[in-house]
Design a protein around this ligand. Structure first.
Ligand code: TPP
Ligand code: SF4
Ligand code: MG
Length: 291
């Protein structure tokens, strides 16, 4: 594991030119990721970036880390397998609200309870951007889209409350309207030893609502730090998370002050323990030949 404190953010930017719509919030997210990775100091070849499918899931390709734009809703299972196979890699996972909380929603609770050392960044724009603006699981009730001409009748899920209630050790939210704050929470999430989650309110300029754009975010956002929130206070974090969709709170909702052992660390420990009594590789064949 190399620690290079001097890699500038530009070292994490790939040659590929993003094809997001001009003004898409995801441009801000990728910039914040460059900054966070620069502060972390691990070189690109020690980082793997896994995503699902969606506009937001294009993000690994715009970095110099190893990238895998996988299957819709399946970023977390693939990232967990990768982390287990090569625990020394810094593994980032990213995708949209649809990818993470609709088709991939079944994987979220299990990734959290398993607690591998991963950072999951969701670009929550309250629509399916890539497929042209259909309702997503975080769309507010009443939203009119191509699939809800008269307004959505469904209540949105609350990603913050969901991941907190599943036991995630680190939960934060930010917006590209606050670039230093966004880069800071991503960096902090990466540094947390265990499953960490960052919900980014990342505006879709093409299909998103007016009050979900960067300009509106600038007026609406309230930092949790300025409200005196203590991120070690789990119950208060839950209460603050209930305001999702109404207030735009930014910063760290919860950081477990006593992070439990990660799954990957426990697997390594067990492998070392079992190794002591394991049959040597060259004798495995003999065991079958005996009978
Ligand atoms: C199995 C499967 N079902 C449906 C699709 C079509 N599809 C691609 S992206 C997407 C939704 C993307 O929305 P979101 O995850 O919120 O990402 P965004 O584009 O908004 O960033 C859908 C339904 C697909 N690619 N694969
Ligand atoms: S459709 Fe929306 S989410 Fe997709 S690139 Fe355009 S602005 Fe971004
Ligand atoms: Mg989306």
């Amino acid at each position: 594991m190399t620690a290079l404190a001097t890699l500038p953010p530009a070292q994490f930017k790939s040659e590929l030119k993003p094809i997001w719509c001009p003004g898409c919030g995801d441009y801000g997210v990728v910039q914040a990721i460059y900054r966070a990775l620069s502060a972390i100091g691990r070189p690109p070849h020690e980082i793997a970036f896994i995503s699902g499918i969606g506009c937001s899931s294009r993000i690994p390709g715009y970095t110099t880390a190893y990238g895998f734009n996988t299957v819709h809703g399946r970023a977390l299972p693939i990232a967990q397998g990768l982390k287990l196979a090569n625990p020394d890699l810094l593994v980032l996972v990213a995708g949209g609200d649809g990818d993470g909380f609709s088709i991939g929603g079944g994987h979220v609770p299990h990734a959290i309870r398993r607690n591998l050392d991963l950072t999951y960044i969701v670009m929550d724009n309250q629509v399916y951007g890539l497929t042209k603006g259909q309702l997503s699981p975080t769309s507010p009730k009443g939203l009119k889209t191509v699939t809800s001409a008269y307004g959505s009748l469904e209540s949105p899920i609350n990603p913050l409350l969901q991941v907190l209630s599943c036991g995630a050790g680190f939960v934060a939210q930010s917006t590209p309207a606050d670039m230093p704050g966004l880069a800071a929470v991503i960096e902090e999430a990466i540094r947390y030893p265990g499953f960490s989650f960052v919900n980014v309110q990342s505006p879709c300029v093409t299909f998103g609502e007016e009050d979900q754009q960067v300009k509106a975010h600038k007026g609406r956002m309230q930092s949790l730090a300025s409200k005196g929130h203590d991120p070690a206070d789990y119950l208060k974090a839950l209460e603050l998370a209930t305001h999702y969709g109404v207030e735009l709170y930014t910063g760290v909702f919860y950081r477990n002050p006593n992070p439990p052992a990660t799954y990957d660390a426990q697997v390594r420990e067990r492998q070392a323990e079992l190794q002591k009594t394991a049959v040597p590789r060259e004798r495995i064949l003999e065991m079958f030949q005996k009978g």
